[in-house]
Design a protein around this ligand. Structure first.
Ligand SMILES: NC(=O)c1ccc[n+]([C@@H]2O[C@H](COP(=O)([O-])OP(=O)(O)OC[C@H]3O[C@@H](n4cnc5c(N)ncnc54)[C@H](O)[C@@H]3O)[C@@H](O)[C@H]2O)c1
Length: 283
């Protein structure tokens, strides 16, 4: 097992990271938006690995089935992350891990010129402001307890490429990515790590691919994601568990792309002839 020690004013990791068994025993985790979708899969993974998880969500828990052998638990706090006040119950919970998962593109594709200040601030609040607020409220405790910790922010592939019609979503998610990088570096010596996951193409409540992709188009998935698709919330839960655990003890300020390869493809598509193209197939 590994643990973190303060040696000559610097936090150092002692021991081997490759311990067998559950990875979050004795840890407390807050997961925002953990009632459904990606957040719910993260919650089940963390609890199955022994964490006491507090789900922060406006919706009730949808599926709390998890492997309880490692002593984990799941509780729910009904809280809208857009509220300006962070509840005392959250700071008192004193988490080791904070997953800032709530985020939304809010509207159908809309031209930027058709948006107004009210919408800009809504987009900022649901994708960025609450992450700053919650992190600012919970981070001092994580640092003061001196046992390290992990913050995992859910950004998007569109923080790294364009998404026409969702300019503000993309801009605020990119801000979240930079927040992750700079904060990770700034507090590195405290032993608290800050990383992000950039998903794409994950079936969830927000992106119900089985509804929005017609049956006729379903076999076109390999053109979207080199690994085929779509991905499932559990595909994000594994990387989140990794980042939260001591296996990622030397990782901070970075982004893991979990998207079936869509970010790497970067506009390259397989052709029907078995080759590749980065050119529009129709004018
Ligand atoms: N699904 C994808 O393919 C995909 C792609 C890119 C980025 N993401 C990001 O991943 C994260 C999770 O996405 P998802 O697809 O699982 O979303 P989802 O909409 O399916 O689930 C979001 C959860 O957050 C809760 N929630 C929403 N607003 C809230 C609020 N104001 N306060 C508290 N809880 C609130 C909802 O009740 C729900 O349980 C988001 O940040 C999203 O931007 C997802």
């Amino acid at each position: 097992m590994i643990h973190i020690e303060l040696q000559k004013g610097v936090f150092v990791v002692v021991g081997s990271a490759y311990s067998p068994g559950p990875m979050l025993v004795g840890k407390k985790a807050v997961v925002t938006g953990g009632s459904q979708g990606i957040g719910a899969a993260i919650v089940r993974a963390f609890a199955s690995h022994g964490a006491a998880v507090l789900v922060v969500d406006v919706a009730p828990l949808s599926d709390v089935e998890f492997d309880s052998a490692a002593g984990g638990s799941i509780n729910h706090l009904d809280y809208d992350v857009r509220a300006q006040e962070v509840p005392v119950a959250l700071t008192e919970f004193a988490p080791d891990v904070l997953v800032n998962n709530v985020g939304h593109f809010l509207n159908p594709p809309t031209s930027f010129t058709g948006t107004d200040p009210g919408f800009w601030s809504e987009a900022g609040n649901i994708n960025f402001d609450h992450v700053v607020r919650l992190t600012h409220a919970l981070l001092p405790g994580m640092i003061d307890r001196g046992t390290g910790g992990s913050i995992v922010n859910l950004t998007t592939v569109e923080a790294h490429r364009a998404i026409p019609g969702h300019t503000m979503y993309s801009a605020y998610k990119a801000a979240l990515t930079q927040f992750t990088r700079s904060l990770g570096v700034e507090i590195g010596r405290t032993g608290v790590r800050v990383n992000a996951i950039a998903p794409d193409l994950i079936e969830s409540v927000q992106v119900p691919y089985r509804t929005i992709v017609s049956a006729d188009d379903w076999d076109k998935w390999p053109g979207w994601a080199p690994l085929g698709g779509p991905g499932q919330p559990v595909d994000i839960a594994g990387p989140a568990l990794f980042l939260a655990s001591d296996l990622a003890r030397y990782i901070t300020g970075t982004v893991i792309h979990v998207d079936g390869g869509s970010h790497a493809a970067g506009g390259w598509f397989p052709t029907e002839e078995g080759g590749w193209t980065n050119r529009p197939r129709k004018a």
